[in-house]
Design a protein around this ligand. Structure first.
Ligand SMILES: *Cc1c(COP(=O)(O)O)cnc(C)c1O
Length: 381
């Protein structure tokens, strides 16, 4: 008999960890809509489920799969990627110093500069791709958390996770990684010494642009993890059973979707690099990308399904090309089956570090030639 422990990640995902309903043999789990569960009288604090702001069987099903795929000790699903981002910071205390990557998902940066700063966290931004800069930013004893995204929105900078983890730990800090873009298909950050992995499960994990969801996976269950669980429970940032069920359904096809998106993105990056109207292609799968060597070591089987191009002719030329696209849809988000384009500088507004000639391409799983042809005609004008 094959043991569950020996199975490849693809198999575990496709079979939702081999789920079979013990009551009726169903191969798909039910949605547990219950908000409350029978307990022995006076049974508060005992084992099992009690109330769905704490936990629910539909959350634990998808958490178990994600924990296995990331190789972690425990996982939590949350209402959104942002609730999974903010929970670890809220598990810290006012006055704690945190070191955060400079160019990364805009919403996190905005939250850190507003709420987290008002709340008393000492937030320091650093070009974390530069390990010397990261080392210099650490304040041993005061720095409690290092926050990295790799590849990082929307320039796709690559951070060497093993080296960054060593630097964080040498200063007595934990390190968390936003692995939304890599997914466990391409990178398993915990294997590189990272303490906490975060996902906007809205993106590749769910993969169908129809669920808002976040997740955290920890290397170990410690007091920090307990405080994170407390944030979810007491702030009520749980996912909801219907969303958890949809997320598990989406994750059954995770590997095949991510691989196809990576293949498409690589082909598009190579085609765009040859296009005369494209000034620069930012994609770690191209040998001229500054993070290529590290990405090759730390990402298996592809360089992600997302890239950016800088359009010769600047902002107006970029926007004009976007208006001519018919296959690519102009919309935010990434990791769905359909390909999306976005002018990030407009979305992020004043103060963004993103150049205004940049178009972000979130690649789906369509036929690659349709995607390349549409980009080419749009750029040719
Ligand atoms: C979308 C995204 C987030 C935020 O997630 P939501 O599900 O939108 O709350 C965080 N990090 C990255 C890299 C993202 O793409």
């Amino acid at each position: 008999m094959t043991r569950n422990n020996d199975l490849a990640p693809e198999t575990l995902a496709a079979q939702a960890l081999g789920f079979v309903d013990p009551e009726n043999g169903a191969l798909v789990p039910p949605v547990h809509h219950a908000t409350t569960f029978e307990r022995p009288p006076g049974g508060i604090g005992g084992p099992g489920f009690s109330y769905s702001r704490n936990d629910n069987p539909s959350y634990t099903q998808v958490e178990s799969l994600l924990q296995r795929l990331e190789g972690g000790d425990d996982a939590l699903v949350m209402a959104s990627g942002m609730s999974a981002v903010t929970a670890p910071f809220m598990a810290l205390a006012p006055g704690d110093h945190v070191v955060v990557q400079n160019v990364m998902y805009w919403g996190i940066r905005r939250w850190l500069l507003t709420f987290a700063t008002r709340w008393g966290l000492d937030v320091e931004f650093v070009e974390a791709e530069d390990l010397d800069a990261l080392r210099a930013a650490m304040r041993p004893g005061r720095t409690k958390l290092v926050w990295i995204e790799t590849p990082a929105n929307p320039l796709w900078g690559i951070v060497d996770l093993a080296a960054a983890a060593e630097i964080a730990h040498a200063a007595g800090a934990r390190i968390a990684v936003d692995s939304t873009v890599s997914t466990p298909v391409l990178t398993r950050p915990l294997e590189h010494g990272v303490d906490l992995v975060m996902h906007s499960a809205t993106k590749f994990l769910n993969g169908h642009s129809d669920v808002l969801a976040g997740a955290l996976v920890t290397a170990r269950k410690d007091d920090f993890w307990e405080r994170i669980e407390q944030v979810r429970r007491d702030m009520g940032t749980v996912m909801g059973p219907q969303e958890a069920w949809l997320l598990l359904r989406g994750m059954r096809t995770l590997h095949i979707r991510v691989r196809k998106a990576c293949e498409n993105a690589q082909a598009i990056a190579e085609a765009m690099a040859r296009h005369p109207k494209v000034g620069h292609v930012l994609y770690p799968g191209l040998p001229d990308h500054p993070g290529h060597a590290v990405a090759k070591r730390q990402m298996q089987g592809g360089f992600s399904g997302i890239l950016s191009i800088r359009v010769a002719g600047g902002r107006e030329a970029a926007l004009a090309a976007m208006r001519r696209m018919t296959v690519w849809h102009s919309a935010t988000s990434l990791g769905g089956t359909e390909s999306l384009v976005e002018h990030r500088a407009s979305t992020e507004g004043p103060g963004t570090p993103v150049p205004d000639d940049l178009i972000r391409l979130a690649v789906g799983i369509e036929h690659e030639q349709d995607l390349i042809d549409d980009l080419t005609q749009a750029l040719d004008g």
